[in-house]
Design a protein around this ligand. Structure first.
Ligand SMILES: Cc1ncc(COP(=O)(O)O)c(CN[C@@H]2CONC2=O)c1O
Length: 282
């Protein structure tokens, strides 16, 4: 397969990273993962805006502007003849002998990108998934989409070992987000999700679902809620580029209400699917 390496296109085998790359040694880098439908990147602008913010927050200088990056990603998709799937790319601060502080002289950052075809049936999770509650032991800048994902990895592994598909994280009983997704609940017809601050990643899908809720006239509260409220919710679901809108029907040994996808969750998923169909047809 063809990969993007800085501003050139290489074969996957040629894709090598220096052993002193700061992304490799410190997780000193940022990333984005976008969904591709019909060869086109979905919600591209929102992803590029978040990338630029991540770069600013880490004081990383992007190798070239996001318009050129979008062109390169488009070319990457075409070179791989990919219609449906994901494009993943990351940018590290670059390779230099190992010191924690930033390099004195600016070094070139290292951008790598690849595609992954998906044949998965979109509604794979339509019937809902099982999640497990896991302590959120991550740092306090979860709002930056960095390569520093060890807290997410350990939580995800913990949930997996408990037979769950995803970890729902909480700090002293306050639900933050999932290890790879955002978390929403519905209570008495109102959609509730954690506010977009430094305790969570402000997911592109989260933003899109909030906009869908407004369009559908579903009341929304962006506020903290507890694990108690989660377990007593009428509905729960997760959102991400990877899982779109996926109902959560069980949390550890507890069924979310009747253990079936909720009515508002289904309405949001249907509206989401309609928007995607429209995007594909454009
Ligand atoms: C910690 C975390 N929260 C929320 C989200 C949801 O964000 P988006 O709606 O913008 O996808 C992600 C997505 N993680 C990406 C999505 O795909 N693979 C990942 O690692 C994430 O890793």
């Amino acid at each position: 397969s063809v990969i993007l390496y800085n501003d050139t296109f290489l074969t996957r085998e040629q894709g090598k990273v220096d052993m002193e790359d700061r992304g490799y040694q410190f997780g000193d880098g940022i990333y984005e993962a976008l969904r591709v439908y019909n060869g086109k990147m979905f919600l591209l602008d929102l992803h590029m805006k978040r990338l630029a913010r991540s770069a600013r927050e880490l004081r990383l200088t992007l190798p070239y502007d996001t318009d050129h990056l979008a062109e390169n990603l488009d070319k990457l998709i075409k070179e791989n003849k990919m219609e449906n799937g994901y494009v993943y790319f990351q940018i590290t601060r670059g390779a230099i002998e190992r010191k924690h502080r930033f390099p004195e002289k600016p070094i070139s950052c290292v951008l790598t990108g690849s595609v992954e075809e998906t044949t998965q049936d979109e509604d794979l999770h339509a019937e809902g998934i099982k999640a497990s509650l896991v302590d959120d032991i991550r740092w306090l800048r979860c709002d930056i989409k960095t390569l520093n994902l060890l807290g997410n990895v350990l939580a995800n592994q913990d949930a997996f070992e408990k037979g769950a598909d995803e970890a729902i994280l909480h700090r002293d009983g306050v639900v933050t987000e999932g290890s790879t997704c955002n978390v929403f609940i519905v209570k008495d017809g109102t959609l509730i999700t954690h506010p977009a601050n430094h305790f969570i990643l402000n997911g592109i899908t989260r933003i899109f679902v909030l906009e869908l809720a407004n369009r559908l006239g579903i009341p929304v509260e962006e506020r903290t809620y507890t694990t108690e409220e989660l377990l007593n919710a009428d509905e729960a679901f997760i959102t991400s580029t990877g899982v779109r809108v996926t109902p959560v029907v069980q949390i550890d040994d507890h069924l979310v209400r009747d253990g079936k996808p909720g009515q508002i969750t289904t309405r949001l998923l249907d509206a989401f699917n309609q928007d995607v169909d429209q995007f594909i047809a454009e």
